[in-house]
Design a binder for this molecule. Structure first.
Ligand SMILES: C[S@@+](CC[C@H](N)C(=O)[O-])C[C@H]1O[C@@H](n2cnc3c(N)ncnc32)[C@H](O)[C@@H]1O
Length: 248
C-alpha cells in the first residue's frame, strides 16, 4: 500500500463536502499523509485524523511520500492510460501536488500532534458518536482484494459507531481491478438491518475511470451495540504496511 497525500480540495470533491458539512466535527480515517486536517485547521474546522501508522511513523509518513516520488512516478507513467487526467494535469503535476500536501501534513502533525491519533480499524480509540461526520478514503473497497469481507463488515460498523450523523466512503472500486467491490450490496443490507441506511452518490472527482461514487451511511438513528471485543488493542488488522510494493 503506497502512502498517499491527498488535499483538502480533493476531500471536498471526493466526499461532496459543502460548507455546512464542515461546520461539524470531522474524522478522517485513515488520514495517511493527507493535508485535509492541516488545511481544515487553518480554516477553523474541527477535524481529527486517525491512522494506524501514526503510532510510529508520524512525521516520517510525509517524508515517505517524497522518498517514494520516483517509484510512484514510474508506476503511474507505465499506466497513464488507466487514469483520468482532469484533477491532475499529468504525472508530474500529481507528484508536485502530493509532495506539497505531504509537507503540509508534516508541518501540521508537528505543530498540532493531538489532531493525529494512532488507531487501527476495526477498533478505533474513540467513544460512540465522537464525530458528526466520518470520512474514509482509499482503504475500504479500494483494497478490497486484500482486505476480506469480514474486515469490511467490522470496519463499517466501527466507522458507524463513532459517527453521530454520517459516514462517507470513497471510492467504491478496487484500485487494482477497477471493479466495484463485490460485497457492497450485501454489506449495505446488513447495515440497514442494524439501523444504518445507506445510499451511493455520484461525486465530481474521478481519477480512475468509473471511480466517481461515494457510499453515505446515515448513522443518526443508530445506536452501536455494546462492545464485546476489547477494541484497538485486541483488533487484528489484516493489512500489513507495505510501501514500495509493485502494483500496490
Ligand atoms: C492509501 S492511504 C489513504 C490516505 C488518505 N485517506 C488519502 O486519501 O490520501 C491508506 C492509509 O490507510 C492506513 N491504514 C491501513 N490499514 C489501516 C487500518 N486497519 N486502520 C487504520 N488505518 C489503516 C495506512 O496506514 C495508510 O496511511
Amino acid at each position: 500500500m503506497l502512502v498517499s497525500a491527498r488535499s483538502f480540495a480533493e476531500y471536498r470533491a471526493m466526499f461532496a463536502l459543502d460548507d455546512r458539512d464542515l461546520e461539524q466535527r470531522v474524522l478522517d480515517c485513515p488520514g495517511g499523509a493527507a493535508s485535509f486536517v492541516a488545511e481544515a485547521g487553518r480554516r477553523g474546522i474541527d477535524a481529527v485524523a486517525v491512522d494506524r501508522q501514526y503510532a510510529e511513523n508520524r512525521e516520517e509518513l510525509g517524508l515517505l511520500v517524497e522518498r517514494e516520488t520516483a517509484f510512484k512516478r514510474e508506476l503511474l507513467v507505465r499506466q497513464t492510460e488507466g487514469y483520468v487526467w482532469s484533477w491532475y494535469a499529468d504525472v508530474d503535476d500529481l507528484i508536485r501536488q502530493w509532495t506539497a500536501n505531504a509537507r503540509a501534513f508534516r508541518a501540521d502533525i508537528a505543530a498540532r500532534p493531538h489532531r493525529y491519533v494512532a488507531g487501527s480499524l476495526p477498533g478505533l480509540p474513540f467513544a460512540d458518536d465522537s464525530f458528526d461526520l466520518v470520512l474514509s478514503s482509499h482503504l475500504l473497497f479500494s483494497y478490497g482484494g486484500r482486505l476480506g469481507e469480514e474486515f469490511h463488515r467490522a470496519a463499517l460498523a466501527e466507522l458507524a459507531r463513532v459517527a453521530r450523523r454520517e459516514v462517507r466512503i470513497f471510492p467504491l472500486v478496487a484500485h487494482d481491478t477497477g471493479e466495484r467491490y463485490a460485497g457492497l450490496d450485501r454489506l449495505r443490507e446488513e447495515l440497514a438491518a442494524l439501523g444504518v441506511p445507506s445510499r451511493t452518490e455520484r461525486v465530481a472527482y474521478e481519477f480512475r475511470p468509473e471511480e466517481n461514487e461515494m457510499l453515505v451511511l446515515s448513522t443518526a438513528g443508530h445506536r452501536a451495540p455494546a462492545r464485546t471485543a476489547p477494541g484497538p488493542a485486541g483488533a487484528v488488522d489484516p493489512v500489513r504496511w507495505r510501501h514500495r510494493e509493485a502494483g500496490a
